[in-house]
Write a protein that binds this ligand. Structure first.
Ligand SMILES: [Zn+2]
Length: 370
């Protein structure tokens, strides 16, 4: 599974003696049981070959890289993979591949450094959720990342069946005995949940159950976990993964809304917020940006000073800071890389009504750190 740290390790690769090939593929298995990225890949490779036709050094290097890429795609894809990101340059023995449980857009570029935008769009701002479903004698935990269950654990109170079958006890004595066992079981569950939570490095907790187990269990929950409760709802440890994921959809959707609401409120109050490229770009370059919301369909072309590396919305001319020459760049790619470098919280807004909202500000807006 890909981690946000993987983006940082790609980010730290310095442009050097050789280029990097970035290939991202939409790899969902279609109704016919096949993946359909081949047409895209074939034409992208054809275009690249044509471009390198007279480069006697790079062309064979590129072809060798593609050989390795193709071998990987033929042999290594896992069934549940929906998106593939490959970063490669064979002569330098550089090859990194990521298979994602979410689709990526098709993308192909040979550039002095790896292109992170398609991958960042898919994985930044995604939280890890932990779902715990409890009853009086059973519990189940799921860890969810990138809208996929990545781990699960089940617990059962094995003495439960035996206890309810015990005959000859007075009702009261049985009741006391039963309550004692339930409490002990729920304490065990809370302890196990804490260790599962730590191991999965989860950020939000969702609790499912029915009364009285739901309330009893919340009393046993460690304080640190109580503070991370995102949702408490009716449910059972016997629910399957598909139902669990379906129930989380509203939570995933709310995230777009929450970040936009924060930006809107700050903009309205003129309090530590910026909107549009003219405001976002200087704030980013001064290191003042804390959060950045970008419309998922945004594209920006611009320039970068070849002397001091500062970014500008113009693809040509001279640098307003140092007078150096400006070179055309994929401005959004550069903005995203700079934001990742500065640990800015990136959020790509995917839902249509929220995206439209953001486009009123040119597709990007942010919250300042200071
Ligand atoms: Zn400059």
């Amino acid at each position: 599974m890909i981690e946000p740290n993987d983006l940082n390790s790609l980010l730290n690769l310095m442009p050097g003696d050789h280029p990097y090939l970035t290939v991202c593929l939409q790899a969902m298995v279609a109704h016919d049981g096949r993946r359909h990225y081949h047409t895209f890949l074939k034409s992208a490779v054809g275009r690249q070959e044509k471009e390198l036709a007279h480069d006697r050094l790079r062309l064979p290097e590129f072809l060798a890289t593609m050989e390795r890429v193709n071998a990987y795609l033929e042999e290594q894809l896992e069934e549940e993979t929906q998106g593939i990101a490959l970063y490669a340059w064979e002569p330098a023995d550089f090859f990194q591949a990521f298979q994602l449980p979410v689709p990526l857009e098709n993308f192909f570029r040979l550039a002095p450094k790896p292109c992170l935008l398609p991958l960042a769009r898919a994985i930044t701002g995604q939280s890890r959720y932990c779902v715990a479903a409890v009853s009086l004698d059973q519990a189940r935990f799921w860890s969810i990342y990138l809208r996929q269950v990545t781990d699960a654990r089940s617990l059962a109170d094995e003495s439960f069946l035996k206890r309810v079958q015990v005959g000859g006890w007075s009702q009261m004595r049985f009741q006391r005995h039963h309550e004692y066992h339930v409490e002990r079981f729920l304490k065990d569950v809370a302890r196990e949940l804490q260790s599962f939570w730590n191991a999965e490095r989860a950020q939000h907790l969702i609790l499912l159950g029915h009364e009285p187990a739901l309330s009893d269990f919340q009393r046993e929950l460690p304080l640190a976990l109580k503070h991370r409760l995102a949702l408490v709802d009716h449910g059972s440890p016997e629910e399957n993964q598909a139902t669990i994921l379906h129930r989380l959809e509203p939570l995933f959707r709310e995230r777009d809304e929450a970040i936009l609401q924060e930006i809107q409120q700050r903009l309205a109050g003129h309090y530590q917020a910026v909107a549009g490229l003219q405001e976002v770009l200087p704030a980013l370059q001064q290191g003042r940006l804390g959060k950045l919301a970008l419309s998922a369909d945004l594209q920006l072309e611009g320039g970068q000073c070849s002397t001091c590396s500062s970014l500008t919305d113009s693809p040509e001319g001279t640098c307003p800071l140092c007078g150096g020459p400006i070179q055309a760049v994929d401005l959004l790619e550069e903005i995203v890389q700079e934001a990742l470098r500065q640990n800015v919280h990136l959020h790509f807004v995917k839902q249509y009504p929220h995206r439209r909202e953001l486009h009123r500000h040119g597709g990007l807006a942010g919250v300042l750190r200071f």
